[in-house]
Design a protein around this ligand. Structure first.
Ligand code: FBP
Length: 275
């Protein structure tokens, strides 16, 4: 069994996702959060279980120490009282990625970084997106399996972003189908050997419960999605935590918020409530 201790707290988890610059482009950013140091600072001060970067951002912004020790981002800017302060935030390195600029074909997200490279950058876990239902799904399940093989040989946890996508799925969408497909994506994560899967909220409590049950011993975290009204977002988080999901991996709903640390605090109260 691969240990998740470095990226969980009492079996619960909150991750700060920051690979949207790759997946969506700088359109998600403003003058502040376009700077990876700004988001790293939120991750550290907010006490997230890990931050999620692509390789290039990790190389340039996440100090390369195997202990995962990084200087506080604010200490890099405001020298005096914070200089020298050392804070920890574990790194999850995203090994594949794609832009949203290629239209007309089902998505394929190629492997761009190896597990060894991720470890050299200080990562304690790795992530990979599979577009379940894409015409290129088999390429991604195959690459994912190689990642799991190498990572598990090294004792490193693997997180599978199990995202539904593809022409066939678009044709077949109703509520019941959505429930089945989310559970299928979750189950695929278990079958492929993922330690944690990240799935999108399927829209209601019962569907999520079934997906989490289908994932078996593979742990489940839910992604944040497009920024929404703060209260609605927190209500969804409460619903998510009524299931056996261990937590969330959120990006835009944190670092696009006017007060990222305040919403982080509220979200942590929900996720870590009884832990
Ligand atoms: P968000 O909380 O901002 O949605 O981030 C979670 C995430 O999975 C990111 O890791 C990824 O870049 C993004 O969502 C992909 O979103 P989409 O599938 O909508 O393109």
């Amino acid at each position: 069994m691969i240990s998740l201790d470095k990226i969980t707290t009492n079996n619960k988890a909150l991750y700060l996702a920051y690979d949207q610059g790759f997946e969506h482009g700088p359109t998600d950013f403003n003058d502040e959060n376009v700077d990876p140091n700004f988001v790293l600072d939120i991750g550290i001060k907010g006490g997230f279980n890990a931050i999620i970067f692509q390789k290039g951002v990790a190389e340039k912004y996440y100090p390369s120490t195997s202990s995962g020790q990084v200087p506080s981002a604010s200490s890099l800017q405001q020298s005096s009282e914070q200089a020298g302060q050392v804070t920890k935030i574990p790194l999850i390195l995203k090994l594949n990625g794609k832009t949203n600029l290629v239209e007309g074909r089902d998505p394929y997200s190629p492997l761009l970084c190896t597990v060894s490279e991720a470890l050299d950058l200080g990562a304690v876990a790795v992530g990979y997106t599979i577009y379940v239902g894409s015409e290129f799904e088999s390429k991604m399940t195959s690459e994912f399996s190689s990642v799991v093989r190498e990572a598990h040989e090294k004792g490193v946890p693997v997180i599978g972003w199990m995202y539904l996508a593809g022409k066939f799925l678009r044709q077949a969408q109703d509520k019941q189908k959505g429930r089945e497909l989310t559970a299928y994506a979750a189950r695929l994560g278990l079958e492929l050997g993922a330690d944690i899967i990240k799935i999108k909220y399927p829209g209601d409590l019962e569907s999520l419960k079934w997906a989490v049950e289908s994932a078996g011993k593979t742990k489940v975290v839910i992604s944040g999605g497009v920024k929404e009204n703060e209260n609605e977002f927190l209500e969804t988080a409460k619903t998510i935590m009524e299931t056996e999901a261990i937590g969330m991996a959120v990006g835009r709903n944190i670092w696009q918020n006017k007060n990222p640390l305040e919403i982080t605090k509220k979200l942590k109260e929900i996720i870590f409530k009884n832990s």
